[in-house]
Design a protein around this ligand. Sequence first.
Ligand code: 13P
Ligand code: SF4
Length: 302
Amino acid sequence: MSEYLKEQILELKREKNAIILAHYYQIPEIQELADFVGDSFELSRRAKENDADVIVFCGVKFMAESAKILSPQKTVLLPVKEAGCPMADMAVVKDILKMKEEHPNAKVVTYVNSSVEVKAVSDVCCTSSNAIKIVKNIDADEIIFVPDKNLGSYVAEHVPEKKIILWEGHCCVHNRIAKEDVIKAKEEMPEAKVLVHPECRKEVRNLADYIGSTSGIIDFATKDSANKFIVVTEEGVIHKSKTQNPNKEFYNIRGMTCRNMKKTTMEHILWSLEDNYFQIEIDEEIRNKAAKALENMLVLGK
Ligand code: 13P
Ligand code: SF4
């Protein structure tokens, strides 16, 4: 990384009282530069609990939107406007409202990987680290789970006492992995433990030694006595796993790259701070409704 570029970013950050939040799927340079790196849940908490005037969110749009929903008084910047999440785009408000009509007793639990408009028609949000807890704790026996059918089916396995109605969405990075990909890696490294994100299909989750969020995966690898791990989530997680555990080995399943998470570069962060680009703006009525769903998550997920 250019030292000059880094210095310019740090100077502008100081001038503007800004912080940089980054997801584990960001490129290593950005993870090293960030004030805080975390999974979606930790990032939304950090976005709320800090004294900065400006948040530069290195991730995808729904993450920056969550920061703005929870901290409307702050300027929230997404350095690359086009960094979206295809799974978030799979959920459509009018179809969710139709599902609600068809299941009047159901509550809508929405994965944070969703637009602000979808959050606004939801009862509570969840992330991969608290979805089971939220569904267990919510005061309803019937749940409409939006938009990830894989995370939803994982939750349904753990909360059999409730009826979970799944939305047909998925993450293209995780859903494309088949059990054969993991079996092949396991044959090459039989001693390695398999760490899987719940956005993967059931046939892949069935092969896991551990299933959890990006932070959960890194924590498990850090605390576990094994020395070798096959990581079945986006490749960015390998960076923190390795820096935190220099004596352990981490292998990714080939092809697990999220194009959108990789759109942000160091230059984009500088330009973003220089020009206040791209500012997340949300209609106040929609923001208030979406904030309720996110605040409910922070309470029910405790
Ligand atoms: P985490 O909340 O586990 O970090 O996951 C976010 C995500 O987008 C996974 O694809
Ligand atoms: Fe969205 Fe999948 Fe990328 Fe996560 S990895 S941001 S769910 S497309």
